[in-house]
Design a binder for this molecule. Structure first.
Ligand code: SF4
Length: 318
């Protein structure tokens, strides 16, 4: 897919970005411009009280955000390296309270040592703990990995199950982990509410809920099922690259005109451009083996390489 105007806006010099977020370009950015009259920067002018947004208007705006994010991140993907449902399940369990990058740097040795649920079920706990130590909380995670491997071996014939109800019977597996695996290994639509998704859903005005299950339910009402998995990736991509937890880059954000939270972060276009991360900020991604359409550089296989750690923005929680 040719680089879109929205993507160019994120990578463009600050002045150009500011023009695009003001809605003066065509295509998706044109849609952004139309909505700018009702939301985002244009709606935050002092002295003009904002009209409450109807539910229908919010749904329309939410779907425009999804389309704009699809154009901005046509290459959005899970940021954990995996080659099988079992590997994705293990990597997702390990991703709690750490970066996907750190998990990706840990799993090559882990999967070479324990390639199947039966092998991991028979692991000596201390040896498994030593391998996954860099991901933090390694004793609890080792216990969960051995427990879920035993359950897979004994109850599911060594296969990762394909339904949410079965998935959540595995030790250490909640709805988020289950949705990640079902959506990305089996193509079953699911909304993955991690810390990034929850934060952005609230900033976008899609919900005021804090509880991940309540956020998931609210967002499920807004979007058709067919969009759930890719929507999750796009929103998380945006949260990691532009709409950060502490320093959102509002001034370099191509969807600013659709966002009622414009202004919670840096609005100076030049300063905001300096806050962009990963491929948009010229830094490596989180995957050692990214998909072929990913425009950024692969992550280094060793922790501590300049640039990659700084780009890490984890916080994925169950
Ligand atoms: S960076 Fe700012 S404008 Fe963009 S989505 Fe986040 S809060 Fe909204």
């Amino acid at each position: 897919m040719a680089e879109s105007k929205v993507r160019k806006a994120a990578a463009a010099p600050a002045g150009k970005t500011a023009r695009t977020t003001a809605g003066t370009t065509a295509g998706t950015a044109g849609a952004v411009g139309t909505v700018a009259k009702a939301a985002g920067p244009a709606a935050t002018k002092p002295g003009k009280p904002k009209k409450p947004e109807s539910h229908l208007a919010m749904v329309r705006r939410a779907r425009k955000i999804n389309r704009a994010l699809a154009e901005l991140y046509p290459y959005a993907h899970p940021e954990l390296d995996f080659e099988s449902p079992f590997e994705l399940l293990v990597a997702t369990v390990l991703s709690a309270q750490t970066t996907d990058l750190r998990v990706n740097q840990t799993t090559p040795v882990l999967f070479a040592t324990y390639p199947t649920p039966a092998a991991m079920a028979a692991a000596v706990p201390e040896e498994l703990e030593e391998i996954i130590r860099p991901t933090g909380f390694f004793r609890n995670k080792a216990k969960a990995l051995i427990g879920l491997s035993i359950t897979l071996r004994d109850n599911f014939g060594g296969e990762v199950p394909r339904t949410l109800d079965e998935m959540v019977t595995l030790p250490g597996v909640g709805r988020k982990t289950a949705n990640v695996v079902l959506g990305n290994a089996y193509g079953v639509p699911g909304i993955t509410v991690d810390t990034h998704f929850g934060r952005l859903a609230r900033r976008f005005g899609w919900t005021t809920e804090e509880d991940p299950v309540a956020v998931e339910a609210a967002v499920a009402e807004i979007f058709p099922k067919s969009e759930w998995t890719m929507l999750s990736h796009r929103v998380v991509f945006h949260g990691r690259r532009i709409c950060h937890s502490r320093k959102p880059a509002c001034g370099a954000c191509p969807i600013a005109a659709l966002c009622p939270s414009y202004g919670v972060g840096e609005i100076d276009p030049q300063k905001a451009a300096g806050l962009l991360k990963y491929e948009l900020g010229g830094q490596p991604g989180q995957r050692l083996r990214p998909p072929t359409d990913y425009p950024g550089a692969p992550a280094p296989s060793t922790p501590g390489v300049a640039g990659a750690e700084a780009a890490g923005d984890g916080g994925v929680t169950e």
